[in-house]
Design a protein around this ligand. Structure first.
Ligand code: 2E4
Ligand code: SF4
Length: 316
């Protein structure tokens, strides 16, 4: 039967969606429920995705903002974004059984921060104010030893007390391009500034940004599946926009307003590191109801990263 639907080309970015840190964090909550039984408390959204959080709630997870809301005697998981040192310390003082789902790549930045401060350096931390990862990283060092740099203007303006004893570190989910600009300013102003050995922006963040750039070059609009509080997802929207396309952050298929696609013949789709693949399929299926969809996956680098589970849960 001839179809009346208008054709729509879909370019689906790869890699997209879950990274190794998110996979690990969700598995930790699931295994904790299996091992200890429900309820298992989780401090902060395990990852910034409502679908993931709701699925875990259905299995017996209870999400709270602060440790004070966790009753005595129940296990608690710390989210993938990391926590200030005071949080596990408080949990220990209360005798709580806690499991740390902080991504190992965030923990690596925590250890770098500690070491730099031990060696007498003041840290300029490039990140976004109020984000839980930034709060967690600031909480690794004594107050006053780290200064937040959010923008190029901040990098131009910062006046460290001892400019020869400074270092910089970054949040893991920043824009690769913006961060390079900020670091260039810092290195020009403070030639002896110490930087991280590898990259603090993680492999998943940079791979997803490269992949969305690739599809954005070939389409008129891009949908990024992710949450407004998901830093890496919001960065994907910005990266697509910089390539000159219209980009929309959507939580899931039901957020789509088909009028956004008026005049669009090729639409790009990607997903942030905390957005499950089922939501990508749901979006494609939803578009298929309205359009004669032609789907193409645009494959970039292959990811093979897998992180070990915390000791104790491995055998579960
Ligand atoms: C921990 C570190 O940090 P962001 O807001 O992008 O977190 P999200 O939960 O969306 O993604 C997973 C994640 C967790 C990323 N980096
Ligand atoms: Fe870890 Fe990167 Fe995933 Fe964040 S985006 S959880 S730092 S792998």
């Amino acid at each position: 039967m001839a179809t009346q639907k208008r054709p729509l080309n879909l370019l689906i970015a790869a890699p997209r969606g879950f990274c190794a840190g998110v996979d690990r964090a969700i598995t930790i909550v699931e295994l904790a429920i299996e091992r200890y039984g429900a309820p298992v408390y989780v401090r902060h959204e395990i990852v910034h995705n409502k679908f993931v959080v709701d699925s875990l709630k259905a299995k017996g997870a209870v999400f709270v903002a602060e440790l004070d809301q966790v009753p005595d005697g129940v296990p608690v998981v710390f989210s993938a974004h990391g926590v200030p040192k005071a949080v596990p310390a408080k949990a220990e003082a209360r005798g709580l059984n806690y499991l740390d789902a902080t991504c190992p790549l965030v923990s690596k930045v925590h250890r770098q921060a500690e070491r730099l401060v031990e060696n007498g350096r003041h840290i300029l931390f490039i990140g976004h104010a109020g984000h839980p990862e930034v709060i967690g990283t600031f909480g690794q060092v004594p107050e006053g030893r780290m200064t937040l740099i959010e923008t190029a203007a901040d990098a131009e303006a910062v006046m460290p007390e001892h400019p020869d004893d400074i270092a910089y570190l970054t949040q893991t989910t920043l824009s690769v391009d913006d961060t390079a600009g900020i670091i260039a300013i810092l290195e020009k102003r403070f030639p002896s500034i110490k930087g991280p050995k590898g990259e603090d922006i993680c492999y998943a963040t940079s791979n997803r940004q490269a992949a969305v750039k690739e599809i954005a070059r070939r389409c008129e609009a891009v949908f990024v599946i992710g949450a407004p509080n998901s830093s890496n997802s919001v960065r994907l929207v910005e990266v697509a926009e910089r390539e000159g396309v219209r980009a929309k952050l959507i939580g899931r298929a039901s957020d789509i307003d088909f009028s956004w696609l008026d005049g669009v013949t090729t639409l790009g789709i990607t997903a942030g590191a905390s957005a499950p693949e089922v939501l990508v399929r749901e979006v494609v299926d939803h578009l298929q109801e309205r359009f004669d969809v032609h789907e193409e996956t645009v494959a970039g680098v292959q990811e093979r990263m897998v992180f070990k589970l915390p000791r104790g849960l491995e055998a579960a």
